[in-house]
Design a protein around this ligand. Sequence first.
Ligand SMILES: [Zn+2]
Ligand SMILES: [Zn+2]
Length: 110
Amino acid sequence: MTTLEIECPVCAEVLELTDADRAELHVGDVIVCDSCNAEMEVTRSGEGEDFELELLGVLTTCPNCGEEFDVTEDMLAAAGTVQSHDGVEVSVVTCPHCRARIELEFEEAE
Ligand SMILES: [Zn+2]
Ligand SMILES: [Zn+2]
């Protein structure tokens, strides 16, 4: 039994996929990171290390209205970054439901 280790592109958490997990995964399936709720679509699933994911977005709950929405890479690219009070750079995205501005902080992926 081999286990494939995949690093989450958002938070760098290592996700372990066993052969049994792999057998149930097909191209187009979505994996969710336990740690940061990033959603990744399986774009390749072959033998052994032949496995690829594409980041879809990060499921985020708006602290203002409580609605969930996906933060995508496009949104992050369009979002401004600001320096928070402790000097960490955060991205500011707008909730699609209530238009609240939400600060997001991602740990740097290695
Ligand atoms: Zn993650
Ligand atoms: Zn909201």
